[in-house]
Design a protein around this ligand. Structure first.
Ligand SMILES: CC(C)(COP(=O)(O)OP(=O)(O)OC[C@H]1O[C@@H](n2cnc3c(N)ncnc32)[C@H](O)[C@@H]1OP(=O)(O)O)[C@@H](O)C(=O)NCCC(=O)NCCS
Length: 170
């Protein structure tokens, strides 16, 4: 399996992959594929952090990290993460996260923030964002709003997470 940066020729496959993956997801709003289209066209898009997993000559997974802010600190928002149902449970989602984190670190980012199930994201190192005093811009149980810090020397960044407008949160 190969993990590589998404290219424009992949956009259509990625759109259908996200749609398919979220059809059976426990938490979905049904427009994750359109969110990705909008984020690609936004200032928050980081081409190096839109990754695809390719297996059997097919795109089977996708992950996107976009720019977000906590106060004046630029952080990453991980969303969405999608793996085709037939390929789930093989470690592809975890590999996409880990590869993304490696690139994020090289690009100089210190934090990645995700909203999701702690039992899943903990395996990639995420922990409750409240320990870094990163607060969600919506009401959510503490455990579901998580962050990963790539540096041992990062300072706490007390503030509310500001996502790209494409997320429709502000
Ligand atoms: C979540 C998702 C990306 C995981 O991808 P994956 O490639 O199957 O993940 P991995 O193989 O790395 O890990 C699989 C493990 O995670 C667990 N897992 C998967 N989704 C989970 C969830 N929502 N909550 C808790 N655990 C979950 C599986 O049960 C499996 O556990 P096991 O290793 O103990 O058997 C994939 O299931 C998916 O695309 N789901 C639909 C879209 C979605 O919900 N995305 C996340 C929100 S943005």
């Amino acid at each position: 399996m190969i993990i590589r940066q998404e290219e424009s020729k992949d956009y259509e496959s990625v759109y259908h992959l996200i749609q398919h993956a979220f059809q059976t997801a426990e938490h979905a709003d049904g427009n994750e594929q359109d969110l990705v289209v909008n984020l690609r066209n936004s200032d928050s898009f980081i081409p190096e952090l839109s990754l695809v997993a390719v297996k059997d000559d097919t795109i089977v997974g996708h992950i996107l990290f976009t720019k977000a802010f906590v106060g004046d600190v630029e952080v990453l928002a991980l969303a969405p993460l999608s793996v085709l149902p037939a390929y789930q449970g093989q470690g592809i989602g975890t590999l996409l996260m880990k590869e993304g984190h490696k690139i994020a670190k090289i690009l100089g980012y210190t934090y990645s923030v995700v909203l999701g199930d702690p039992s899943y994201y903990e395996r990639a190192g995420y922990t409750t964002a409240s320990i870094y005093v990163i607060k969600p811009p919506f009401e959510i149980e503490d455990a579901y709003f998580m962050a990963l810090c790539f540096s041992n020397e990062a300072k706490l960044i007390d503030g509310i997470m500001k996502y790209d407008d494409a997320f429709g949160l502000s």
